[in-house]
Design a binder for this molecule. Structure first.
Ligand code: M6R
Length: 370
């Protein structure tokens, strides 16, 4: 049931705020103490964990990459993120102190399932972050942390991506709590920041959708798009690129903004659309100015630039041709808002081209073969 929306994808993007709030629900008390008893792994076992390897495919792997920045910062243990199909065949270094986190919306992705089986055979514990109760991946894992995004029908994953980030963040904060790598207050504040995100996502849906649609209409004949970002904006850029290629059949590439002059800038010719995820101008000043100079560099070569930037970021307004705005939020929270206009943009492009947004050609909702 599309509940009055034109497509499942449209409906599911509008469920982004609920996907975040439902995934947070019941997992902490009012003092900001995390309760992940549902995971059934002893706190002592978590305390011993000295490395995390995330295995996943597609959008789920980008959620893992976002979480890497947060978990390494909070827990001070290395987090590797690996495409499940690559992990399985490279003899990865796994010990009993490695926690393998398998992220999957469907819980049926064969590549991810094979990776977790391999990890368990090597004696590592596997925790699944999954959206589908009782599916194969959580059944075969040692523990599961469910995302509560609700059923996702459209082939292009949207609301599940946000829920996966939230669940992985909860896991990170829980590890920080048991290992004592963050103060109680810091954990509490971070949970408060997460709790504030649904209304910020709603703000983006309410105030930016029209601008996104107008921009999609202007760009309808574009043959390719480049997406770039830094830090947590980098996986967001890759996710935005994946959405557009999957449902609008446009050639896209998402890459780290710092790579620009190491190759991709050669692709920029007059009129080339470049989407740039701009970090907050507050706090991490260096990153902000570096990304702004990336906009200047591609603009100097004639690119049409679309920025996703914080409200009040005047540099973004000055240099980019179009700016999709996000409300102020801490850097680690920004992927939860920045991805939303990119989801809408892909949807609008596909709709304007008259394509079937829910069932794009050649793709299946869950890839159950290797
Ligand atoms: O069900 P899973 O989360 O394991 O699926 C992983 C990927 O196949 C999936 O995210 C795919 O990339 C989507 N079509 C992205 O929109």
């Amino acid at each position: 049931d599309k509940g009055g929306w034109e497509s499942y994808m449209d409906k599911e993007i509008h469920e982004d705020p609920a996907s975040v709030s439902d995934t947070l629900l019941g997992r902490y008390d009012d003092k900001g103490h995390l309760d992940l008893d549902e995971v059934h792994i002893d706190a002592d076992v978590f305390r011993q964990i000295d490395k995390i390897i995330v295995v996943a495919c597609g959008t789920a792997s980008y959620a893992g990459l976002v979480a890497k920045y947060a978990i390494e910062h909070w827990v001070r243990i290395p987090v590797e993120v690996e495409l499940a199909h690559e992990f399985r065949y490279r003899d990865p270094i796994l010990t009993s102190r490695t926690l393998v986190v398998a992220i999957s919306q469907s819980g049926e992705t064969m590549d991810t399932l094979m990776a977790l089986r391999h990890a368990r055979e090597q004696g590592s514990r596997v925790l699944a972050i999954c959206n589908t109760q009782g599916s194969t991946i959580p059944r075969e894992s040692d523990a599961v942390l469910y995302t509560h995004a609700g059923p996702e029908v459209a082939v292009a994953s949207t609301k599940a991506f946000l829920a996966q980030i939230v669940a992985a963040y909860l896991l990170g904060l829980y590890l920080a709590q048991v290992k004592g790598t963050m103060y109680r207050d810091e954990i509490h504040q971070t949970i408060d920041s997460l709790k504030a995100m649904p209304s910020k996502i709603q703000w983006v849906l309410d105030t930016q959708s029209e601008k996104v649609q107008e921009t999609a209409a202007r760009m309808i004949d574009a043959r390719s798009f480049l997406f770039l970002g830094r830090h947590v904006g980098y996986p967001v850029a890759m996710e935005g690129a994946l959405k557009l290629k999957e449902i609008a059949y446009t050639f896209t590439e998402g890459f780290a903004a710092g790579e620009l002059k190491h190759g991709p800038i050669a692709l920029v010719e007059p009129g080339e659309p470049v989407v740039v995820i701009v970090p907050s101008p507050r706090g991490r000043d260096v990153l902000h100015s570096k990304v702004i100079s990336a906009i200047e560099e591609v603009k100097a070569r004639g690119a049409f630039t679309i920025a996703v930037a914080e409200e009040g970021d005047e540099d973004a307004g000055r240099y980019a041709d179009v700016v999709f705005r996000r409300p102020q939020c801490p850097t680690l929270m920004s992927p939860l808002v920045d991805v939303v206009p990119l989801q809408l943009f892909a949807l609008d492009m596909a709709q304007l081209k008259g394509l079937d947004v829910d069932k794009p050609r050649n793709l299946a909702k869950s890839v159950t073969v290797e």
